[in-house]
Design a protein around this ligand. Structure first.
Ligand SMILES: [Zn+2]
Length: 337
């Protein structure tokens, strides 16, 4: 069984309202809308994915806009995704959206999304889109962390679209902006000792945790005893950087086997969930004629994983993390009806 933990649901009616507000074309009301269900189902059938966990497209989160827009779009996406799940024959679950520019409204919407069946909530790493939003260890986020801990709601960390001027070239907002945001989130969260304050938080970081696995030694060194004659580490935290990193979960949405192998080696197979973000920007053609987001090829190609570890990455880790009953997934659920 394969559960794809990372994909986005393009509910075109809601997208049109968000873009209308963002760019001033129209100011239509936010309403429940149908998404690109058929595109998802076609790809899932071709690739053998039994379930996809859908979430709002990150570039539509509009967290730098007014609370009115944030609340409207979050509610419309949650209602649209709940409808998509209900009509999916067990092939979808959803991660809910929050209007993160308004924290009390976010807590309310997180709880409402859970009542609609959401298996988690999506956390944007920079609500300003310009590098000036609160870092993940700031008190701004505590009500979200408290509510997520209280209701046992996993947080899916996914950047929105960067609006930093230097990221406007070459679509860097998507390529570099995402990775930059994930790297910054992990560093801020661990150095800020958030797990010490909220030990029960369940965190899934998208896109393999940005640059962290590849550069982990540099972060690890900052939390280890200093040999320059100082008394302790430069950044003292409970444990060290890697032991905190291994309390988080990561998805495989990276599009290279080398990257996924590095991630699994650094954090361990128990912390990795299969994720593709397809249909999306990874659908370009590889030299072998397949698509870059045929991520199952990379996971199957890692010869040092045991079959149990591979199955954990494909399915069991996601089922455990999001509390999904695999008897109610895709074809298994339809066959049981
Ligand atoms: Zn994504």
């Amino acid at each position: 069984m394969i559960i794809d933990a990372h994909t986005h649901y393009h509910a075109s009616g809601v997208l049109a309202s968000v873009f209308g507000h963002l760019y001033g074309h129209t100011y239509g009301e936010f309403k429940t809308a149908k998404g690109d269900d058929d595109a998802h189902f076609r790809l899932m059938e071709e690739r053998g994915y039994d379930m996809q966990i859908i979430s709002q497209p990150p570039f539509t989160q509009a967290h730098d806009q007014t609370p009115h827009i944030g609340i409207g779009q979050a509610k419309a996406f949650n209602d649209s995704m709940a409808k998509g799940v209900a009509d999916s024959n067990g092939r979808f679950r959803f991660v809910g959206s929050m209007p993160l520019q308004d924290i009390p409204a976010s807590v309310k919407e997180m709880e409402r999304a859970k009542s609609l069946g959401a298996v988690g909530s999506m956390l944007n790493v920079d609500i300003s889109r310009r590098g000036t939003g609160p870092m993940p260890d700031e008190e701004y986020w505590y009500p979200i962390y408290e509510a997520a801990s209280k209701h046992d709601i996993p947080l899916f960390v996914h950047p929105g679209s960067s609006a930093m001027p230097r990221h406007s070239k070459y679509s860097l907002a998507l390529h570099l902006g995402f990775l930059f945001g994930e790297t910054e989130f992990i560093a801020g969260f661990i150095y800020g000792k958030v797990f010490e304050k909220f030990p029960n938080l369940k965190i899934l970081v998208s896109h393999g945790g940005g640059a962290i696995p590849y550069q982990v030694g540099r972060f690890q060194a900052s939390t280890c005893p200093d040999l320059k004659g100082n008394k302790g580490p430069r950044i003292p935290i409970e444990g060290d950087f890697i032991s905190n990193l291994r309390k988080m979960y990561f998805d495989t949405c990276m599009y290279s086997q080398e990257g996924i192998e590095c991630l699994i080696k650094v954090v361990g197979p128990s912390q990795v969930l299969f994720g593709t973000e397809c249909p999306g920007m990874g659908m370009a053609k590889r030299p072998d004629g397949r698509s870059y987001d045929n991520v199952e090829d990379y996971v199957r190609g890692i010869d040092w994983l045991t079959e149990q570890q591979r199955q954990d990455i494909f399915c069991n880790n996601a089922a455990k993390f999001f509390k999904i009953d695999t008897a109610k997934v895709g074809k298994a659920a339809v066959a049981a009806q």
